[in-house]
Design a binder for this molecule. Structure first.
Ligand SMILES: Nc1ncnc2c1ncn2[C@@H]1O[C@H](COP(=O)(O)OP(=O)(O)OP(=O)(O)O)[C@@H](O)[C@H]1O
Ligand SMILES: [Mg+2]
Length: 254
């Protein structure tokens, strides 16, 4: 089932010294439960693309459909996570993860129970009365993820969501996050500068060109391993082949 359909997106910014085309002819589809990574040179338009999918920005032309419906403005169907976890320091972990439901005026007993279950499953329940400053960076990022998943989004967008973490923590957190997302069957699109991270989590990697970004290629990642995790696939012989391929694509002009 296609959850996201991005159809022929173009984005032009009006800048002081003329027009900047950030995105051109961007079209792709994402199936339910799929994990798609987006890689591309710095400043090519990756964040712009996520903002358009989130409904925070209107494309100059083209359309985005979520579950077959054209998006108009900010959508409740989409969860968005950025580099900073944006947890509210004066709220406990519990009231942080409930925030989205609270804003949507959606604190029903079933929704509350679902979020409590997520906290329990992912070993954060015992910290529910603590404050964000009492948690490690990796735990904070998991709290931020659960807060985003609390609203039950159809699509999760991650923009460099793990880049503020130190390397060791980043490996563990991406591994934990991957398990959560696969288990909950969340359709995810992740922008990352880290090619290995992009490969390690993805079913597909979208490679963008220099600005104006066009899709150079959509690479299918398949380790032919039922027990694949972001950590163990790094040892798969195919991993370095994918890396070399993407590296070459990103380094070539045009
Ligand atoms: N509001 C704006 N007005 C004018 N130009 C903008 C605006 N936002 C972004 N741009 C330009 O559009 C291009 C794409 O920006 P974007 O932030 O989407 O790139 P990115 O791929 O996410 O970059 P990075 O890898 O650094 O995160 C950049 O050249 C940027 O300068
Ligand atoms: Mg960006």
């Amino acid at each position: 089932m296609v959850v996201l359909d991005v159809s022929n997106i173009e984005e032009k910014y009006q800048a002081v010294n003329g027009e900047i085309t950030a995105l051109k002819e961007i079209s792709f589809r994402v199936e339910k439960g799929e994990f798609v990574s987006i890689v591309g040179p710095s400043g090519c338009g990756k964040s712009t693309l996520l903002s358009i999918i989130a409904g925070l920005m209107k494309p100059t032309s083209g359309e985005v459909f979520v579950n077959g419906e054209k998006i108009k403005g900010i959508s409740n169907h989409i969860g968005y996570m950025l580099q900073k976890d944006n947890l509210l320091e004066w709220r406990t972990i519990y009231s942080n993860v409930m925030l989205g439901l609270e804003i949507q005026n959606n604190l029903t007993p079933e929704n509350i129970e679902r979020v409590i279950q997520l906290l329990k499953t992912y070993e954060l329940y015992e910290f529910k009365d603590k404050y964000p400053s009492q948690l490690s960076g990796g735990m904070r990022q998991r709290v931020a993820l659960i807060r985003t998943l609390a609203i039950n989004p159809d699509i999760l967008l991650l923009d460099e969501a793990f880049s503020a973490l130190d390397y060791q923590t980043r490996l563990t957190v991406t591994n934990d996050v991957y398990k959560i997302l696969k288990q909950e069957q969340v359709t995810t699109i992740m922008v990352t500068h880290d090619i290995p991270e992009g490969i390690s989590m993805a079913d597909k990697v979208i490679i963008l060109s220099q600005r104006p970004a066009v899709i150079k290629e959509i690479l299918t990642i398949d380790f032919e391993d039922e027990n694949r995790t972001p950590l163990n696939c790094r040892k798969n012989p195919k991993f370095s082949k994918y890396f070399d391929y993407i590296w070459k694509e990103l380094s070539s002009d045009g």
